[in-house]
Each structure stands twice: as structure tokens, then as C-alpha cells.
Design a protein around this ligand. Structure first.
Ligand SMILES: [Zn+2]
Length: 584
């Protein structure tokens, strides 16, 4: 090995002249930085290049790019720069100057990439999703353009930042100067806000998404909210609900019922055949509907716009609004079902149950498909949803064995948590021989695909969910006990409408593509008889406005469980229990 190239090879004369020319400059650049100077360079980078999506959105708010728009942009720029300076003055201290700078560069670059690529914004629920992600989800998001953004936005400036020498100052002097700078920046920010208040306030009010686009404050705020929420929850003990839960003694007692709850993923009603979509993406469900076995609920809204919010909310008794403000850890629907004596099984083909299945007993009541190897259903290490039906019979036998001896079975509830239409790699959700609509978008960088190819890949996945639900019903029909299946998607998806992709917009500004979800119910004849309900009474709600708020209360009825925690006004089956009018 040659340790020093220059020691061995003679340098050509032009190289010597070249280095001699640049030596004074490089010396100037190698001179240690004034600590506040370096801090302001980082603030300037984060404000400008670290916030490109914010400035692009701000510029696109109006078509008339006159002096007023320019001044507004300038005012906003000064405010963000001043606020970033305040933040850096408080965060960047000699001991951790280097890592803090690199972390902030990473935050700005990653946020900018996802905001530009998918039109998402960074709020507390998006942060919660990020924290709970898994390897499969991260792999689905990796792309060449993402690596390029990370190289230009993190690696190059990060190496530069790491290598800069900085003047060593006594601690008190640095503290005084840095806090002084923070104060100065704060005053500057106040003055500009005061001067531009009217325009700025109305812009921020009318375009709420902008406030979640300011890097790195969106991340700082979201992490803070998440941390406070989690600490508060951790400090409180779990609150029981449904302590009085018991099975309804129906007149026609029989075999214990088996209820399958399919928690769908990212399917929006707009692309669901039964919802009137131009393409028949749900032929199998349509057949069941035509034969009068299945009811489609056409007006259902989700609780959240991402899995992290929607799934716990569906199983909670609180409902969307109360759940959004709630910091108290409550038990959920599964705890109530178990308290009534039912056995509960959670099969997961996704990134976990988001805390919902935490208290199911450890007898294989929770099973993930993550490590299953099936050449047909898990060809590339990721399993198609049908894998859950493959393992279900065996799991149910195990569950049955775990029932304490002498305890009579009262019923079973199985939750199938689908991979469904999880994006952006929709094409991965359908087996090759089931692709109906071609060509498909076969990349996770959705903007690189023609709009129709994205829709094709998405619709193929909807059609596969239809097939999965059809298979589930066919299997349930083979069971010699009363059975039911309730399917509902956790949230919808944007497929490029208004420049938005994927999901996760804050609820108050979410487009309806992200909140209008499909829901379908199938009941076996024996369950209908066992329940003693009036024929098709649930169909009265088929076009009514329903939400995930109805889920907790309606599943209790479906499972024949009663508790004082059930609210009749949120029970889809209320009409079924109405006392028949007295004959006069
Ligand atoms: Zn989801």
C-alpha cells in the first residue's frame, strides 16, 4: 500500500500552480468559525434549501405574483429564519454541535422529500406513524430520488458542517452571546409578524397545511406532542371499561358464534366497485350482495387518515373527537369481548395492532405473518393477505385448546388485519396472476408513473381485497356454527388528486378520498336466526351517515355482547333490537 501519493509521485507543475493559487482562500476558509457565524449559516440553509416544499407551496397559493406576494414571501422567509436562529441558539452547544446539526439536516431533507414526493405534511400522527414503522414499510419507500435528496441534503452539507473548525470560547461568554442572538432574532420575528400580520394570519388560516410544512418546527412540535401524550399515558393506570359485559341470552341458543372482523388497509370508497365506481373492482362481493347475503354501507367515514389513529380509534368506545383529545389509557373492544367470555384472535399481515391487541392472552392469540414462508403466498418475503386464511384454521384449533377446562365456549372473534392497499408500492399487493388492470405503476415514486398506471395498480389491490373477502366468506360458510364477517377500511388514500398522494393529512383538512371508506357486512343464515333480529334490519342503515365511531358499539351487538357502555345511537343494529309494535 502506498501511504502518501505525493511522497512517491512528482506533482506536475500545473498542479503546484493550482494549489498555490487556492492556498490563501483555503486558509481563509480553514480559519476557525465565529460560533454564531456558523450557527447563522445553518439557519440560512435550513430556511432556504431545507424548506423548498414550503416556499413552493407558498408561491403556488396565488396566480398573481406581484409585489404583495413577493413581500409576503420575504416576510415569511425572515420569520422562519429568525425562528430557526432562536431554535439553533438554544440547541447548538459546543459538545453536541456536530450531531445536532446533522440531525437537523436529516430532518429537513427527509421531510422535504416526503412532502414533495407524496404531498404529505408532518403532524403528530404522521410522527407516531414514523416511530411505529417497520422494515417492510421503510423498504417500500426507498428510491433512487430519495437517496439523491439524502446525498445532497444530508451527506454533503453534513460532511462540511462536521469538518468546520470553530473558535473555542469560554462557556459564559458563549452563553451570553448565543442567548443575546436568540433575543435579537425573537425581536426581529415579532416586528415582522406585527408588520405583516393581516396578510399572514389570513394565509395561515386559509391554508392550514402550511403550518405543518415549516422544517424543522413541524418535527419538533410533533415529537413534543407525541412525547407529552405518551408520558401522560404511561403515568396513568389502565382504565377498565365494560366491567359488566355479558353475552345476550338469545332465545335460539346454539353453537357459539364466530365473528370475523376484517380491518382493511388504505381502501377508499371511491375505487370500490360496490360504491358505484366505474370499474367493477368488487365482483365477488357484488355476487354476495345480489344474492342478498351481503350489505354494503355506502356512507362511512374513517376516524383518522392513518392506521396509527384509525385502528385504536375503531376499537375504542370514545369516538373520533373524544379520542383525539384523550390522554387516558382505556381498555378497548377486545377487552370487553373477552370479559363477556369470548375468545379473541388477532391475525396481522401488517405492521402490528397499534396497541389494540396488547392484552390478549399469550396463547397464540396474536399472530403475525411477518416470518411466514409460503412459496405461493409469500413469494418475496412479504405475504399476500390470503396467508391469514391459510393459517386461520390451525390458529383457531390452538385457541380452542387454550380455553380453560370446564369453561363452556361462548363465541370467538377473529380480527384479520390486512395489508390491503398499503402504498406507495400498490403493485406488490396483488399476486401476478390476479392483475386485472394493466399497465401498472411498478415503482414507489408515484410521480414517475402516468396517473392511470397508479390507479391500475391501486384497483388491482382493491380487487384482491374483494377476492380475499370472498374467500373469507366461502371459508366461513364451511364452519358449522353461526358466522359473520364485517369489513371496513381504516382510512382512504389520495392518488394524485390536488397533488396529494398516500394518506395522513391532518383530519380537519383531509380530502374525502382519505376519509370516505368502504364497509360491508355478511351474515350466515344461522347467525341471523340466532340473533333473533328482524330480517335485514341492518339494511336500514346502508345509506345512513356512519363512522368508525359506530364500530365499537355495533360489533358488541354483532357478537351478542351487552354492556352499559354500549350507546344505542352508535349501534348500527339498534333497529334490529326495536321492540315490535303492539298489535292493537
Ligand atoms: Zn392504514
Amino acid at each position: 500500500m502506498v501511504a502518501c501519493v505525493r511522497c512517491v509521485l512528482p506533482m506536475p507543475p500545473y498542479f503546484t500552480a493550482f494549489s498555490a493559487f487556492f492556498r490563501p482562500f483555503s486558509k481563509a476558509f480553514r480559519r476557525p468559525w465565529h460560533p454564531l457565524g456558523l450557527l447563522l449559516v445553518l439557519a440560512l440553509w435550513l430556511t432556504t434549501l431545507g424548506n423548498v416544499p414550503l416556499w413552493r407551496s407558498f408561491w403556488a397559493l396565488t396566480d398573481s405574483h406581484g409585489l404583495r406576494t413577493g413581500l409576503g414571501l420575504l416576510a415569511m422567509g425572515v420569520i422562519v429564519f429568525a425562528a430557526t436562529t432562536v431554535l439553533l441558539s438554544l440547541l447548538v452547544w459546543p459538545r453536541w454541535r456536530k450531531p445536532v446539526g446533522v440531525v437537523l439536516l436529516m430532518v429537513a431533507a427527509a421531510n422535504s422529500y416526503f412532502m414533495t414526493a407524496y404531498g404529505v405534511v408532518i403532524d403528530p400522527t404522521m410522527m407516531a406513524n414514523t416511530v411505529q414503522t417497520d422494515v417492510r414499510e421503510v423498504r417500500d419507500l426507498l428510491s433512487g430520488s430519495m437517496l439523491m435528496v439524502l446525498l445532497l441534503g444530508v451527506v454533503l452539507p453534513g460532511v462540511w458542517w462536521w469538518r468546520q473548525p470553530v473558535q473555542q470560547w469560554p462557556a459564559m461568554r458563549l452563553l451570553g452571546r448565543q442567548l443575546g442572538l436568540a433575543l435579537l432574532a425573537l425581536v426581529l420575528m415579532m416586528v415582522v409578524i406585527w408588520a405583516s400580520f393581516q396578510d399572514l394570519a389570513s394565509t395561515m388560516r386559509n391554508h392550514k397545511s402550511l403550518r405543518y410544512m415549516v422544517n424543522p418546527f413541524n418535527t419538533v412540535y410533533a415529537s413534543g406532542r407525541l412525547l407529552v401524550g405518551q408520558t401522560t399515558q404511561a403515568r396513568m393506570s389502565l382504565q377498565p371499561i365494560g366491567e359488566d359485559a355479558a353475552m345476550v341470552s338469545s332465545g335460539a341458543a346454539g353453537a357459539p358464534p364466530l365473528i370475523v372482523l376484517v380491518v382493511g388497509e388504505t381502501v377508499r370508497a371511491a375505487n370500490f366497485g360496490l360504491a358505484g365506481y366505474a370499474r367493477d373492482t368488487t365482483p365477488e362481493l357484488r355476487q354476495l350482495q345480489t344474492s342478498g347475503e351481503l350489505t354494503y354501507f355506502s356512507n362511512v367515514r374513517s376516524c383518522g387518515t392513518n392506521t396509527q389513529v384509525s385502528v385504536p380509534c375503531m376499537f375504542s368506545h370514545l369516538g373520533r373527537e373524544a379520542q383525539a383529545k384523550n390522554d387516558i389509557p382505556y381498555e378497548n373492544l377486545l377487552d370487553v369481548l373477552q370479559r363477556a367470555g369470548m375468545q379473541v384472535l388477532w391475525l396481522d399481515n401488517q405492521s402490528g395492532c397499534k396497541g389494540v391487541c396488547d392484552r390478549l392472552p399469550n396463547f397464540g392469540n396474536v399472530a403475525s405473518t411477518l416470518n411466514l414462508k409460503d412459496p405461493t403466498l409469500c413469494p418475496d418475503g412479504e405475504c399476500f393477505d390470503e396467508i391469514m386464511l391459510r393459517v386461520l384454521p390451525e390458529r383457531l384449533t390452538e385457541l380452542e385448546k387454550s380455553r380453560p377446562a370446564g369453561k363452556a365456549p361462548v363465541g370467538t372473534v377473529v380480527v384479520l388485519h390486512q395489508m390491503g392497499n398499503h402504498g406507495p408500492a400498490y403493485y406488490k399487493r396483488t399476486p401476478a396472476d390476479m392483475k386485472q388492470y394493466l399497465p401498472e405503476c411498478r415503482t414507489n415514486v408515484l410521480q414517475d408513473c402516468p396517473a392511470q398506471d397508479i390507479v391500475n395498480a391501486y384497483d388491482n389491490a382493491v380487487r384482491y381485497t374483494d377476492h380475499f373477502l370472498g374467500q373469507t366468506v366461502r371459508w366461513l360458510k364451511t364452519q358449522k356454527r353461526p358466522t359473520a364477517m364485517l369489513y371496513v377500511s381504516d382510512h382512504g388514500e389520495s392518488l394524485g388528486e390536488k397533488g396529494l398522494y398516500l394518506h395522513g393529512m391532518p383530519y380537519m383538512m383531509a380530502p374525502q378520498e382519505q376519509t370516505h371508506v368502504p364497509m360491508a357486512l355478511w351474515l350466515s343464515k344461522s347467525l341471523k336466526m340466532q340473533s333473533g333480529w328482524e330480517a335485514n334490519c341492518w339494511q336500514k342503515q346502508a345509506t345512513d351517515a356512519l363512522t368508525h365511531d359506530h364500530y365499537f358499539h355495533s360489533v358488541l351487538s354483532l357478537a351478542q355482547v351487552k354492556t352499559r357502555w354500549q350507546q344505542p345511537e352508535l349501534d348500527m343494529f339498534s333497529a334490529c333490537k326495536a321492540k315490535p309494535a303492539l298489535r292493537g
